[in-house]
Write a protein that binds this ligand. Structure first.
Ligand SMILES: N[C@@H](CCC(=O)N[C@@H](CS)C(=O)NCC(=O)O)C(=O)O
Length: 408
């Protein structure tokens, strides 16, 4: 049995633990008190750097997170988690090195300054951020035409790189930056939603708003003897409280969006089970439904490019995610030379939110209000959210969408 030494959910330890899940290798996590356990003479005798993660293996002690993941993957060679061909194996190593040196290192430095792990320094933030974004953009370009980093299946290049991104994407990579990293974000959220990742990290966490530098600890001012006391300064006016978003001021509704998102995600039977649940709670004073149709479908000639564009739109919906749920589907009608993109959004409020209207994608789609009391509208809504049906006559009955993207 492998024993991993780490603090809970350590992203670096995740490299070995998640690889173990993929490989079907058993492991346990040792009880841990960071800064104490790793300073004991017994620990240091085995693991000379005194750092975590570290791992006990039947072959001996092992350190360095990437080495731990490589070791675990090698225990099940038939699964090819380190790559199939010699060339693929080299590419796996190439991306492990790249994502560790050019992404993890600057990204963690940058995030650590906001987490208060290292002293905050404005110039240093700028420098590390620039380096991290450069590395991330390079990976983004690579992922433009790929689902996973090296081959059509997950390798430890994906597992390690995703763990390398974890701290930064939770702490400092805000939605606007993710908008510049559409392919990385798509791949990263795919990885984070895999059961092995959820088991280690829990539900995916993405940084939603600009973090603030930690406040410097208040220093006791030394009183100088003999100096007259300074006249009391007038109290500074308190900064105005940030106004609440209008959609957060709406009266409570029978439909709870987060509950719906969970129910939808955990229910395989969308039409038979999820939709009746939804209709029971949906009410038009608090919510609205809009169909959207892509305006330039003639550009949708290549499936993955169309799917990327739709995935990008979902990513860029970060600003409204708190008040919206949606599915976009890509269809391929038989007599049509291109794909067709359509979708249905649920919005808090009675209209498309301003944040959505101000977004870059809004103008690329035609928007039409849907009425659940209308049988055709209702059927369209159900087909789009189930990714299956005749989609308002665009497809023969019972057709499946080529691709579906969910905003949740
Ligand atoms: N390159 C090492 C870095 C390990 C590392 O920096 N570990 C940190 C925690 S994530 C640590 O144990 N630092 C020592 C300490 O904080 O006592 C790896 O990938 O495993």
């Amino acid at each position: 049995m492998l024993t991993i030494y780490t603090y809970p959910k350590g992203p670096r330890a995740g490299k070995a633990a998640i690889t173990a899940k993929y490989a079907g290798v058993e492991y346990q996590v040792a009880p841990w008190e960071h800064g104490v356990t790793n300073q004991t003479p017994e620990f240091k005798a085995k693991f000379s750097t005194g750092m975590v993660p570290a791992m006990d293996t039947p072959d001996g002690p092992l350190q360095e997170s990437n080495a731990l993941a490589r070791y675990v993957a090698s225990l099940r060679p038939a699964l090819h988690l380190r790559g199939t061909t010699i060339y693929d194996q080299a590419l796996v190593e190439q991306w492990i090195d790249y994502s560790t040196s050019h992404i993890e290192t600057p990204l963690n430095q940058w995030a650590a300054m906001y987490a208060g792990f290292v002293p905050y320094n404005k110039n240093e933030v700028k420098k590390q951020k620039e380096m991290a974004m450069k590395g991330l953009k390079h990976l983004d370009k690579h992922l433009e035409t790929r689902t996973f980093i090296v081959s059509e299946r997950v390798t430890i290049a994906d597992i390690i790189a995703a763990c390398n991104l974890w701290f930064g994407f939770a702490k400092v990579v805000v939605p606007a930056m993710r908008g510049e990293l559409v392919n990385v974000t798509r791949w990263y959220t795919t990885m984070l939603n895999q059961p092995a990742f959820i088991e280690w990290f829990g539900e995916p966490v993405l940084c939603e708003k600009q973090p603030q530098p930690p406040r410097p600890a208040k220093q006791e001012k030394k009183k100088k003897e003999g100096k007259p006391a300074k006249a009391a300064e007038a109290p500074k006016p308190k900064p105005a409280k940030k106004a609440k978003h209008p959609l957060d001021c709406m009266p409570p509704s029978t439909l709870d969006l987060e509950e719906w998102k969970r129910f939808y995600s955990n229910t395989d039977e969308t039409k038979a089970v999820a939709m009746p649940w939804f209709y029971e709670r949906f009410e038009t004073a608090g919510w609205s439904l809009f169909r959207c149709d892509y305006k330039d479908n003639e550009d949708f000639k290549v499936e993955f490019m169309a799917a990327n564009l739709m995935g990008g739109m979902i990513q860029r919906c970060e600003a409204v995610r708190k008040w919206a749920f949606a599915n976009l589907v890509l269809l391929k009608p038989a007599d049509c030379p291109h794909f067709v993109g359509t979708g249905v959004f649920l919005f808090r409020g009675t209209d498309v939110p301003e944040d959505m209207k101000n977004g870059v994608d809004y103008e690329s789609w035609d928007w039409k209000r849907l009425d659940v009391a209308d049988a055709a509208d209702k059927a369209f809504l159900e087909d789009v959210w189930a990714w299956e049906g005749d989609f308002g006559g665009l497809m023969p009955a019972g057709s499946e969408a080529c691709e579906g993207k969910t905003l949740k």
